[in-house]
Design a protein around this ligand. Structure first.
Ligand SMILES: *Cc1c(COP(=O)(O)O)cnc(C)c1O
Length: 222
């Protein structure tokens, strides 16, 4: 696999040309502990995992002071294994999940509410038109702090469609933050992956989640 450092430096430079406050989350779900450590050596400080097993394996092996992001769909019965181990949850998408987090968390958890901006059936997330009501209802859970919104771009190579989705998320995020809800500062947008992180940056992402383009995928090892 290619060394991570030059790739990380290049992506950092590309993003900084748009906005130098954007944070890169290295999505390490497809790579092993060694490769994850190489990413940290290269300067990565945010790591993203999408399975409880993958997360605990990495947590056991890595003592560096990094931030852990859980980016995948989280099953309610897995909340207890994950929620107190992470710094950010990117996939809060239902009240049943909020209730379980409230019950299991030992401190307020930084959460992104996942929004299905593209409206694709296969994607999880709250519908855009339900987002304000959903977030307002989270006020009842003092272990949940809504730091921002998260979305996955639609499955298309049409840049204008992707851009529109990111614009939609940004606009919703501003609507929520303008409410000045104490439990939901909602200042952040988590959007953009390997194929579309620059578009996301241009549309106001504060966290991009990059896996394949940064650390690679184990299937292509060699
Ligand atoms: C896997 C994954 C990513 C990273 O995807 P790449 O295309 O490999 O960059 C980002 N966000 C989520 C939610 C993911 O599941």
């Amino acid at each position: 696999m290619k060394p991570i450092k030059p790739i990380f430096d290049e992506i950092t430079k590309q993003l900084a040309a748009v906005n130098d406050t954007i944070q890169i989350i290295a999505v390490t779900k497809q790579v092993d502990v060694e490769r994850t450590k190489e990413a940290i050596q290269a300067g990565v400080i945010h790591l993203g995992e999408n399975r409880p097993e993958g997360l605990s394996k990495k947590l056991e092996a890595i003592d560096e002071n990094v931030s852990w992001h859980y980016i995948g769909n989280l099953q309610t019965r897995k909340v207890k294994d994950v929620i107190n181990e992470i710094d950010y949850l990117h996939s809060l998408d239902r009240l049943s999940l909020a209730k379980e987090i409230q019950k299991r968390a030992t401190r307020p958890i930084n959460c992104f509410v996942q929004v299905n901006v593209s409206g694709e059936e296969s994607k999880s997330g709250v519908e855009p038109e339900d987002t304000l009501d959903f977030i307002q209802s989270l006020e009842a859970y003092n272990n949940i702090r809504v730091v921002g919104l998260m979305t996955m771009a639609p499955n298309t190579t049409d840049e204008s469609v992707i851009r529109k989705a990111f614009k939609g998320l940004k606009s919703l995020q501003l609507q929520v933050s303008e409410k000045n809800w104490a439990h939901a500062p909602c200042t952040e947008c988590s959007m953009g992956m390997s194929n579309d992180y620059l578009i996301a940056a241009q549309e106001g992402a504060s966290f991009v989640r990059i896996g394949t383009a940064l650390v690679g995928a184990e299937s292509e090892a060699g």
